[in-house]
Design a protein around this ligand. Structure first.
Ligand SMILES: [Zn+2]
Ligand SMILES: [Zn+2]
Length: 190
């Protein structure tokens, strides 16, 4: 699947956003929210180069958390129609204004957020359209949750054969491999 550069960036952003939610880490060993305050929201915006967000306040924080909850539902959607409905509502509420741009040395691409959009609307519009791109490509099932029992992180499976089961092969995948290996050895020994 060929994914445009800016779509890939927006997908990275939405995955990171969803994974700041404490709900995405059952059984809540660490219930701390990844976006506990406005400072964390600034850090998030900087980490993902979200431009033109201006001064952020507590209203932005709660609006972004609301959008985050909507995105979490998209990753939990059982089928493309459910995901499409969720994305449609998100994007409509954000008021998109598609604009071609080639800022900062990037090739031509489309920004969907309105010029004066709040950070919540910015995220809803651009990340929502990135998810729309995946659904249009018939790839909704690539929007996944990690299968490791105590993880549940959202991720986008961009593997060729859609075989990825864990948010990270280095952490969750490896952890489970080690556990399975130990279980096999124990069985063989017992
Ligand atoms: Zn851009
Ligand atoms: Zn995981």
């Amino acid at each position: 699947m060929l994914i445009p550069h800016d779509t890939r960036i927006a997908l990275d952003t939405v995955v990171d956003l969803v994974n700041t939610a404490p709900e995405s880490e059952p059984p809540r060993d660490d219930p701390a929210d990844g976006l506990p305050d406005v400072a964390a929201l600034y850090a998030f915006a900087e980490r993902h180069h979200i431009s033109g967000v201006g001064a952020l306040g507590v209203r932005d924080l709660s609006a972004v958390r609301d959008v985050r909850a909507r995105f979490a539902e998209v990753f939990a959607a059982p089928d493309p129609r459910t995901a499409a409905d969720l994305v449609n509502r998100l994007v409509a509420a954000a008021g998109t204004t598609p604009q071609l741009t080639d800022h900062d040395g990037y090739d031509w691409h489309v920004h969907y957020f309105a010029p004066d959009a709040s950070i919540a609307d910015h995220l809803a519009a651009d990340c929502g359209m990135a998810l729309a791109f995946i659904i249009v490509a018939g790839e909704q099932e690539r929007l996944r949750r990690c299968e490791a029992p105590d993880c549940g992180h959202a991720f986008v499976d961009l593997s060729r054969n859609r075989s990825r089961r864990y948010c990270s092969s280095r952490t969750c995948g490896n952890r489970l491999h080690v556990a399975a290996y130990r279980a096999r050895r124990k069985e063989a020994a017992g």
